[in-house]
Design a protein around this ligand. Structure first.
Ligand SMILES: Cc1ncc(COP(=O)(O)O)c(C=O)c1O
Length: 381
């Protein structure tokens, strides 16, 4: 074929760092602490809700409303309306999508135009850059330092208003906060609802990432453009999974703020996992930074960079990438190099961290401990 086969919008976005790490993790016998998913069961109420959705009302086998199964958009509007301080209309302010991924893609397609600048605060989820480029936008990266406070969030909000900028706020880890910290949605800050899309994930909320139910919420004058993309692409999302998520939120609304709430129980349990992992990683000289939220912690590997600078790998490969591959092959543990969450020009500045996922079962953490114990007992590679 003489003509270029692929569309021009795919140029430069074919490489995905995850593919290589997923392949390596399968090839070697590793304890996988790389990709962010729980390897334990969702809570019983969620499993039962899904079972009921597949065996109950037969109409749940059929299409539902294009922009979301009505009981789900209704409960999302009511649940998040209270948190964001907004009266939300389920039909106008909520769109159900195929995971938070789907919400992001729909938002970029609907609102980013040819040549638009998209400011991406990094470290960032890997898809933001390719989604910007597929929409014809131009990514502009701003690197975070190690602290992100409410004051800085307010500064971002003020800048959005001053420069008339839209804000896409990916809040999939909103329940995963530790040590008494509070999640703050930027849409709840004064003047931000009008220009913010708030994105969430049932997969992350209920430890059921395979359900792939997500949502995006915002003002109708913005949401209507997302509905246009949605009705011309996905049209609507699987009904049964939406019905299960609706039931989960109805349950959470009843238990909200009480010890029985999964949104309280999950961070409590994962906080213990985090502390366990911090202790264990330190035993081999990895230096974990204590995260205030999310599924992940990052460990500083600067000491290894000084003591073993010549790990195998391509000349232009950042140190953390070479270290993560070395760890997979020699120590049977997988983590993700943090430079992959930065734009290419900033790789070298952030090549001394690796990321571990601690939203894992006890057995996985025990398996990790065993590997770390052997590592500790071995002479330095
Ligand atoms: C920051 C962030 N946003 C969005 C997603 C995608 O969520 P979902 O599985 O609901 O598509 C992920 C998944 O890892 C994520 O880490």
């Amino acid at each position: 074929m003489s003509k270029q086969l692929q569309a021009r919008r795919l140029e430069g976005i074919d490489h995905n760092p995850w593919v290589e790490f997923t392949r390596l993790s399968k090839e070697y016998d590793v304890v996988n602490l790389g990709q962010g998913f729980p390897d334990f069961s969702p809570p019983d109420f969620a499993v039962q809700a899904f079972q009921q959705a597949t065996t109950g009302n037969f109409m749940l086998n059929q299409y539902t409303s294009a922009f979301g199964y009505p009981p789900l958009t209704k409960i999302l509007a009511s649940f998040f309306g209270k948190l964001l301080g907004q009266e939300m209309d389920p039909l106008k302010n909520v769109l159900v999508t195929v995971g938070a991924y789907g919400a992001l893609f729909t938002a970029f397609q609907a609102l980013v135009d040819e040549g638009d600048e998209v400011i991406i605060i990094e470290p960032a989820f890997n898809c933001y850059e390719p989604m910007t480029m597929m929409a014809g936008g131009r990514p502009v990266f701003v690197s975070l330092r190690l602290v992100f406070s409410k004051k800085e969030l307010e500064l971002v909000a003020a800048l959005c208003q001053q420069h008339d900028v839209l804000c896409f706020s990916d809040e999939v880890y909103q329940w995963l906060v530790y040590d008494g910290h509070q999640h703050i949605s930027i849409a709840s800050l004064p003047g931000m609802w009008e220009r913010t899309l708030t994105i969430g994930s049932a997969g992350k909320s209920f430890s059921a990432t395979g359900w792939k139910v997500g949502w995006v919420m915002g003002p109708d004058n913005i949401m209507k453009h997302l509905r246009t993309v949605h009705q011309n692409s996905i049209f609507h999302c699987p009904t049964q999974a939406q019905a299960a998520v609706a039931q989960c939120f109805e349950r959470e609304q009843q238990h909200f703020g009480q010890p029985s709430s999964y949104f309280l129980q999950l961070p409590q349990a994962m906080g213990l996992n985090r502390d366990h992992m911090i202790q264990s990683l330190q035993s081999v000289g990895l230096k974990p930074l204590i995260p205030q939220g999310s599924y992940f912690l990052i460990a500083d590997i600067s000491d290894f960079k000084s003591s073993m600078p010549d790990l195998p790998g391509a000349m232009d490969e950042p140190y953390d990438t070479r270290f993560a591959k070395w760890m997979i092959k020699n120590k049977g543990l997988s983590a993700i190099p943090v430079s992959t969450f930065y734009s290419q020009p900033h790789h070298k500045d952030f090549d001394h961290y690796i990321r571990f996922c601690f939203v894992k079962d006890k057995a996985t953490l025990q398996a990790m401990d065993k590997r770390l114990c052997s590592w500790k007992g071995e002479p330095q590679a």
